[in-house]
Design a protein around this ligand. Sequence first.
Ligand code: HEC
Ligand code: HEC
Length: 251
Amino acid sequence: MKKLTMLLLLGLFALSSTLYAQKKKSTGKSTGKKSTGNKPSDFKGTWGTKVEEALKALKIKGNTKHGAIIYEEICANCHQPEGHGDPAGNFPQLAGQHSTVVIKQIADIRAGNRDNPTMYPFANAIALQEQTDDLFDKPKTGAETLADVSAFIETLKISTKNAKGDGKDLAHGEKLYKANCVKCHGDHGEGKAKDYYPLIASQNYNYLMRQFKWIKAGKRRNANPDMIKQIKNFSERDMKAVLDYVSRQVK
Ligand code: HEC
Ligand code: HEC
């Protein structure tokens, strides 16, 4: 029964993403910003990814030109051609995200650490490889496609036309951000590639809220335990204020 529901959901999503794809022709262009590539990383602590392809992908320097092709073929359908996501925040803005973070998040989605069945068929490195097989003269490994697409995403220009909060409690938000978030997400929400701290500046407010609540409630099972501790006592007002502030930060 569970399997059936899952299949149905996947079918629906495949349909909606096809409609999306037809509505919007892909124009994804690299801004020419240099990708930092995927540096070999030392997974400190216990919360890093253990998915084999992700570990491999982190050691490969991604090819951004090939990444653009893969992105346009698969990811643009949902995350939009420029990587800006959708206004409602169902699909997050990916533009500018650190390649290490993209790789870790995809590994987490694949490992079932994030409740995101919609992306599962695309996140699987083998599926990624199969879906992109005919795009290149020499077929790539799953890890290579992951490295390429992540390196490309990092070069996309971040949109600041993202959805924001109501702007009524920003002083409170700023205070909270400085006291609780700067040490990991940086002065302006820029994150930190080496430690897999995501870029959160200019992210869609609704998406931020959903993820923040899920992390707080332990629903993102591979989240950093220190962040969970840090936000344990945040009230509804605190969350709204700090995430409104984050959504207005420019990297
Ligand atoms: C069928 C639609 C769909 C497709 C296709 C898709 N995604 Fe996603 N993606 C989503 C959704 C929905 C989320 C948000 C999940 C959540 O709310 O937890 C997401 C989340 C993500 C995240 C996590 C972002 C964050 O800030 O934590 C990354 C990274 C990502 N996608 C990368 C990709 C890449 C790369 C591709 C192409 C290979 C891709 N996605 C294709 C729907 C899709
Ligand atoms: C100890 C370091 C740390 C602290 C402190 C911290 N975070 Fe995080 N944050 C992380 C890491 C690591 C992730 C990625 C979690 C994962 O992989 O699931 C994350 C993820 C997030 C996400 C989800 C992003 C996405 O794209 O899906 C949001 C939103 C967020 N943090 C906001 C905040 C805010 C706001 C604060 C302060 C109130 C904060 N964090 C404090 C480390 C931290």
